[in-house]
Design a protein around this ligand. Structure first.
Ligand SMILES: [Zn+2]
Length: 283
């Protein structure tokens, strides 16, 4: 089944992962900014990262017929450093006109600090100023409920914000209700141990339905599974869900969300063939 991976950190993954994603039906990937494992020392490092996300990564994906899109920001963990955050945010606008940039993300909270919240609001203001989509990370474990509440309250303080243009990720049973009731889109992050198993994600779809819900691997340099979305498809089939319900979660919903960016192109075999051809010719 064709699917869209709406949240993956491919910069940290191998070419074999791209190949496996293509073989299992992936046609497009959206890649937000992530912590590199150690804090970056300057805004220059982020600028190099943004160039990689907007120049080399789309070329790498295109070799496998996969469209690549990017969200830009300073991630929540490093966003606690206000001085660095301000310097990075200043440099984002010049990248927003690049053809694969669709939004600001993944922003949000890590430890629910005051600094993180200020950096989060700066990013939301930037996204609104430049009509960008927003991808949000919510904190893990004990900080999740409080963090999700803080995030929703902060978002609602922006009166001109359209909640349909905001995807709140890492949602769980106790946060899905408040995310969807506030009109935001809701992402389930399929992590092997610490977050969401495939069967738990299918349980959630059975309880909450498919409206406004999507799944992603959020694969990065840590323990994660790039093929998490096709594994979710397998679990849905094992539990006898109809193909159209599965397609809604792994293709229709992410496509509807991402299509709100004028830079997003609906994946089609013809367009993909064009992308591959362009990449080879440009080498
Ligand atoms: Zn992520």
């Amino acid at each position: 089944m064709e699917f869209i991976e709406p949240h993956a950190h491919m910069i940290f993954r191998t070419t074999d992962d791209y190949q496996q994603l293509a073989l299992t039906g992936c046609v497009a990937i959206a890649e937000p900014v992530f912590w590199a494992g150690s804090d970056r020392l300057s805004a220059d490092s982020f600028e190099d990262y943004f160039r990689q996300l907007t120049e080399s990564e789309p070329r790498r994906a295109a070799q496998f017929g996969i469209q690549h899109y990017a969200y830009l920001c300073i991630n929540p963990k490093e966003g606690n450093n206000r001085e660095l955050a301000r310097a990075v945010i200043e440099r984002i606008p010049k990248f927003l006109s690049r053809p694969n940039v669709i939004g600001i993300g993944e922003i949000g909270l890590n430890r629910n600090t005051r600094n993180e919240l200020e950096t989060f609001k700066d990013h939301v203001a930037l996204a609104l100023e430049y009509s960008q989509l927003i991808l949000i990370h919510t904190p893990i474990l004990e900080d999740k409920l409080k963090g999700t509440r803080l995030i929703i309250r902060a978002l609602q303080s922006f009166k001109n914000l359209n909640p349909k243009r905001v995807m709140i990720d890492n949602a769980e049973e106790h946060t899905i209700g408040m995310i969807r009731d506030s009109g935001f889109r809701c992402g389930l992050t399929l992590y092997p141990d610490t977050k969401m198993s495939y069967s738990r994600a299918v349980d959630i779809v059975e309880i909450f339905g498919t409206e406004g819900i999507y799944v992603n691997s959020a694969c990065d340099w840590g323990k994660s599974v790039p093929m998490a979305v096709p594994r979710f498809v397998t679990e849905m089939r094992r539990r006898k869900h109809p193909e159209e319900s599965i397609r809604k979660v792994v293709f229709d919903n992410p496509m509807a969300f991402l299509s709100q960016s004028t830079n997003f192109r609906v994946p089609s075999p013809k367009a993909l063939a064009g992308l591959v051809g362009k990449d080879q010719a440009g080498r």
